[in-house]
Design a binder for this molecule. Sequence first.
Ligand code: SF4
Length: 325
Amino acid sequence: MHRQISRIPIGISSCLLGEHVRFDGGHKYDRFINRRLADFLEFRPFCPEVAIGLGIPREPIRLVRSAQGVRVQGVKNSALDVTDQLGDYGSRVARKLDDVCGYIFKSRSPSCGMERVKTWTGSGQPDKSDGTGAFAQAIMQAHPNMPCEEEGRLNDPDLRDNFIERIFTLYRWKQLLQHGITPARLVDFHTRHKLGVMAHNQAAYRRLGQLVATAGRKRFRELYANYETELMTAMKRHATRKSHSNVLQHLQGYFSRQLAPGDRAELVSLIDDYRLGLVPLAAPLTLIRHHLRHYPNDWALQQTYLDPYPRELSGTPFQAGSSHQ
Ligand code: SF4
């Protein structure tokens, strides 16, 4: 199914693609991004520091805490203050990202860092690590529902899976908007995503159901904006083994009566093994997909939960991260 979709557009810090745009003329090529994600994602690269005219090579900049708030200033020359240029450029780029379904930022950068960027005092002493790059901040403010991550965090399997799942969810949502959303299409979209949302956030699952129930009565434009925000916020919360186990048990209810007792016991035991951390999620999911092929159920088969994104992106045979080549 996923092989037929076009590559999904996402924004990215140019240096992560291997472009020589860093202050010292170097790059931060990332193998996982370039070798694995590139098969499914179409990258829109931006280097804000080059775009605002700082040049290559250039004086390094950093976040400095001052009476005017956190500023982006030159390391050697504090008179160089590019906070507003980076923010303005971010706002201009943000206006071009309406079709984009995610963003990968370069970590620790005073321009691109998404969080925990090092800050300095006005006298040049290390301060905290709680800053956000000025460009990244403008992008995230303009697109609060867009999945955003940093390349380093993609080393964590849970963060990576969650990010990829959100990209594909937002992509399906944008496709729906592009093809023309109607109350009936919203109900269909919501139905297909029910178990996926349930795995992430039970309370949001109920709120989304209530929202959809008002389709056709409330002002529709307002309703689908609320739906998008609620959906993407719900998906951001990480699904746990417990919540996945609940969804797996729910799914097996659609065919378990048709299973031979031995097959039913095998599935129950596998879900239990998953809940206890003995096997990965793919184990019970694969068996459920197998049983659904033999005992099809239309409602269960349309759940995006069964295949939230291409299986090639689940797990990775090589470690994510930077590799200068
Ligand atoms: S982190 Fe951002 S500003 Fe720095 S080189 Fe990479 S793309 Fe350019």
